[in-house]
Structure formats: C-alpha cells, structure tokens
Design a protein around this ligand. Structure first.
Ligand SMILES: NC(=O)C1=CN([C@@H]2O[C@H](COP(=O)(O)OP(=O)(O)OC[C@H]3O[C@@H](n4cnc5c(N)ncnc54)[C@H](OP(=O)(O)O)[C@@H]3O)[C@@H](O)[C@H]2O)C=CC1
Ligand SMILES: O=C(O)C1=N[C@H](C(=O)O)C[C@H](O)C1
Length: 279
C-alpha cells in the first residue's frame, strides 16, 4: 500500500511541531503538508526534506487536492478548526481531530463533517489515558457512594479549562454512575470551591491547574469508607499524543465516511479494514 499523505494544520503550534517531527520519523508516512497562518514560524520549513508548507487560508481545500492528501490532522483552536475540517470534507479528505474546547454549535458543524468523510476525534490520543478511562469506568461503579474529585494540570499556555480529557472523564464518571441523581447532564460538576461550600453526595469537584510546560496530567480521586483510591495519568511529553494521532490517521483513511473513536484504533490488531467500528 502507498504511504500516507498527511496534512497538519496549526503547524507552528506546540502539537503542530510535534506532529511534523513525528511524521518525519514514520515509515508509513510518504508526504507531509504543513498548513499554518504563519508559515514562517513552522519549524524546519526551509530545511531540505522538510514538510511542504502552505498558508492555511481559504485555499486550503485546493492545496489538499493538489497534494493528493489522504488525511488532515487538526490540533488548533475551535474557531479555526471547523473551517479547516470543512475544507477537508470538500476535498474528500479524512480527518483526525485533537482540538478541544468546542461549543455546541461547533460540535454540530463537526457532526456534519463526519457525515461526509471518515472522522476520528479524541480529547486525548495517548494509550495511557485510554487505559485510565477503562480503569475509571470499572472503579466508579465498584465504589458506589464514594466522593469523586477530578484534577487536571497543564502548561501555562493552555486555553481551555477544564481540559478536553477531564471533560471526557467526567462524562465517563456520570455514565458509570448511571447518569447521577440529576440526569448526568453535568449539573453535578462543581468547578473549584471558594467560601462556604459544603459538599453534596453526588457532586464531582473539578480542578484545573496551569503551570510551566506540563504536557498533561489527570487525576481521579475517590474517597469514602475510610479509604482513598487515586487513578493518575502523567504525560511525559507531547510525543505520545502525536504518535497516537498519526496512528489514528493511518487507520481512519481506510474507513467509510462516519465517526470513529480512538479505541477502535487501539483495538485494530488483525483489523481487515471493514467498517464495523463505526460509532
Ligand atoms: N487530543 C489530544 O491528544 C491533544 C489535544 N490537544 C489540543 O490541541 C489544541 C492545540 O494545542 P497546542 O498545540 O498546545 O496549542 P498551540 O497554541 O501551541 O497551537 C495552536 C495553533 O493553532 C493555530 N491557531 C491558534 N489560534 C488560531 C486562530 N485564532 N485562528 C487560526 N489558527 C489559530 C496556530 O497555528 P498556525 O499559526 O501555525 O496556524 C497555533 O499555533 C488544543 O485544543 C489542545 O487542547 C493538545 C495536546 C493533545
Ligand atoms: O492542551 C494540551 O496540552 C492538552 N490538551 C488535551 C486536553 O485538553 O485534554 C490533551 C492533553 O491533556 C494535552
């Protein structure tokens, strides 16, 4: 099979740079197109053998078609991401989305993209967080009635809070509790605390810390019955997210249009390319 031809938006960003680096080191990637508002800021842009760099603007779709791109990988900001993904859909290009912090309107726009091309979105592309989520899904029902607090810690440049991963884990906790007393609509979440705020039984405390260049940490604390359980994941570097996203790109280009999740990629050993993993 021919190698993967991948486009990376937000190419000058923290994850953009990490993805370009990771793609350059993979045998299954044949060509990298770096798309950026600021091409001059893309690392290694002039180096021989470096990624082809284009301006991420209204002509992105044409650039994707001209370079015969198979998959677009987007780690940017929601306000830019929707336009990039729509350009990919117009060009018939599969998409992998790592961007977090979408509001409801933008989520709906992503759903429309997923109707048109293979679409894989994850709030976290690390294998460790996938395992952490499974541990949370098993532990919460086993410790019925225990208090739960979720804490995430990230670099000082992170925009959205709480992190996309924390939001995913909160959804997992509420599902594992059977929706909670108040219907699993997020109403049980208490973001930080100040002043007199006695804890209610069902509430889930949510804490976001920002400091230095921490790649990403998530901790779920469960306490009750004279015992404490802590489930923690710490990312040592952004390279784990880049590797997972490129694995996802290589996997999703062989699918029919529709929405897929990262677990399908992780469970893909011996996969024959059929579409049984569609969400
Ligand atoms: N799912 C996962 O595993 C992970 C997800 N993330 C998510 O990825 C996203 C990016 O994170 P990170 O790389 O740290 O962020 P950065 O701020 O470092 O990079 C984002 C890039 O997006 C582009 N951008 C920023 N603002 C705009 C705008 N208003 N319009 C158009 N383009 C814009 C810029 O690239 P340029 O100028 O080159 O176009 C910018 O460098 C975040 O949502 C983060 O939460 C991060 C790590 C892992
Ligand atoms: O912005 C980041 O850095 C990260 N964002 C993702 C999130 O919001 O959960 C994933 C990871 O934690 C790093």
């Amino acid at each position: 099979m021919a190698g993967l031809r991948v486009a990376i938006t937000g190419a000058s960003g923290r994850m953009g740079a990490e993805l370009i680096d990771a793609a350059a080191g993979r045998d299954d990637v044949e060509f990298v197109l770096a798309a950026s508002r600021t091409p001059e800021a893309v690392p290694g842009g002039d180096a021989p053998g470096a990624a082809d760099v284009v301006v991420a603007d209204a002509d992105l779709g044409a650039a994707l078609r001209e370079r015969e791109i198979d998959a677009l990988v987007d780690f940017t900001v929601p306000e830019a991401s929707v336009g990039y993904l729509e350009a990919a859909a117009d060009a018939g290009v599969a998409v992998v989305v790592g961007t977090t912090g979408y509001d409801e309107d933008r989520q709906a726009a992503l759903d429309a993209v997923a109707d048109r091309v293979p679409f894989l979105k994850a709030s976290n592309f690390s294998r460790g967080v996938a395992a952490l989520r499974r541990a949370v899904q098993a532990t919460v029902p086993a410790l019925d009635g225990y208090d739960v607090e979720v804490t995430e810690t990230h670099h000082s440049g992170k925009l959205d809070a709480p992190s996309g991963t924390a939001v995913t884990i909160l959804d997992d906790i509420e599902s594992a509790r059977g929706g909670g007393d108040r219907g699993g609509d997020g109403a049980d979440r208490v973001h930080g605390r100040e002043g007199d705020q006695p804890r209610t039984g069902d509430e889930i405390g949510v804490h976001a810390r920002r400091a230095g260049d921490i790649a990403g940490e998530h901790e779920i604390l469960l306490a009750g019955n004279n015992e404490v359980v802590e489930l923690t994941h710490r990312a040592g570097s952004r390279s784990i997210f880049a590797a997972g996203a490129l694995d996802a790109a290589a996997w999703v280009v062989r699918r029919a249009p529709g929405r897929y999740d990262f677990d399908a990629v992780l469970n893909a050993d011996g996969d024959d390319g059929s579409n049984g993993d569609r969400q």
